[in-house]
Design a protein around this ligand. Sequence first.
Ligand SMILES: Cc1cc2nc3c(=O)[nH]c(=O)nc-3n(C[C@H](O)[C@H](O)[C@H](O)COP(=O)(O)OP(=O)(O)OC[C@H]3O[C@@H](n4cnc5c(N)ncnc54)[C@H](O)[C@@H]3O)c2cc1C
Length: 374
Amino acid sequence: MFRPSIISTCSVRARAAASIPSPLIPSSRLRPNAPLRFYSRSPPKAAFNKPKPGETSARAPRASTATNVVTFLAVSSLSVGAYLYQWNKNRQDSSSLNSEGLTTEKWTPVLLTKITKVSEHTSLFDFQLSKPCTIPISSAIYVKDDLIQAMRAYTPVHSTEKDQQTFQLLIKRYNEGQVSRFMHSAKPGQKIEMRGPVVIWPGGRSDLEQWDEIGMIAGGTGITGLLPIIHSALTHPTKKIKISLLFAAQSPDELYFKDEIDQLAKTFKDQLRVAYTIDKVPSTDPSEWKGYVGYVNQDMLKELLPAPKAIKDSSSTEEEKDKSEAKKSIVLVCGPESMIRHVAGSRGMSGQEPIRGVLGAMGYKIDQVFRFPN
Ligand SMILES: Cc1cc2nc3c(=O)[nH]c(=O)nc-3n(C[C@H](O)[C@H](O)[C@H](O)COP(=O)(O)OP(=O)(O)OC[C@H]3O[C@@H](n4cnc5c(N)ncnc54)[C@H](O)[C@@H]3O)c2cc1C
């Protein structure tokens, strides 16, 4: 099972914030010596009056001192009980309203604000955090299905290195899938238990500038892991990093964020090159499709990706080798397990299994390829 390096970006701030008093906490808690009115009231005097002459004892039985004390204690404890119940309820409400920003240390309820269907099986889920939080580029957040205590990782779509109070998850529903089905049955207004963020590919953060070229192969929802890296690389303040992306999906409507990606390719035309492939051309409008058809293959990749280092090293002259050494490139593969296996071979438990599949046949080695866990 995939075990990411756990980092928490929000907890220190959240801990400081947790000490801020809330208006929902009863004032007696803020001022410990404030009198509690509920039980400072005396029991009704009439019950303890002596019977007047001529009155029958049946109408007004005289209470003994012991009974008075018992009655007083019973009324008092009921009042205290009611008070404590209300206080505890307020405390719970306030703790969920003031819960920490997202942290890796514990499950935090996060408000689901909106659901937007983007294809037959996939929706975009908008969330609001109670405290701003840094969601690093190339990180994932764990979502828990409370009913069966199952958790799965999802990648915030437009994560940045800056504080943000909202984020989006793109989640595909699988018919037999536990957590994806739970999320697709959730409603706006509901709170979802989350933990994170955890960084998946550290190369996508502050040391992004180490790369001259980044090749990418995305499969379906796997684009979520790559999109923040694309944005960050294209807008890098000091370096023009070249990006090439082959985006593979079952059908055109599963090429998520295609309009956004095409727009980026237009704006950054000397930096970003994009190609698409789908499993099958839709029968409804086959002439509309202009991209590749079929699973990822060498022909789709050889003109697009940075060349494999191993091939360069063996066939180049010394001068060319020096140049290629100076150029640092990597190929990122992000998508479902079956697609990763086909493109680069299984990553294995450690992520260190040799590169096989299409990339392996082209001569790429483990030091030039990163397979995202799935
Ligand atoms: C770091 C990371 C980031 C991820 N980001 C996203 C994301 O942004 N969006 C997203 O939708 N998913 C993402 N995933 C995948 C996600 O974590 C779940 O694996 C997926 O939602 C299925 O979980 P489930 O509980 O619904 O299905 P499970 O109960 O785990 O699986 C039940 C069945 O569903 C089918 N199934 C499950 N996953 C897949 C798959 N990927 N492809 C094909 N069939 C499958 C299989 O037939 C499986 O037997 C990510 C995974 C990782 C590790």
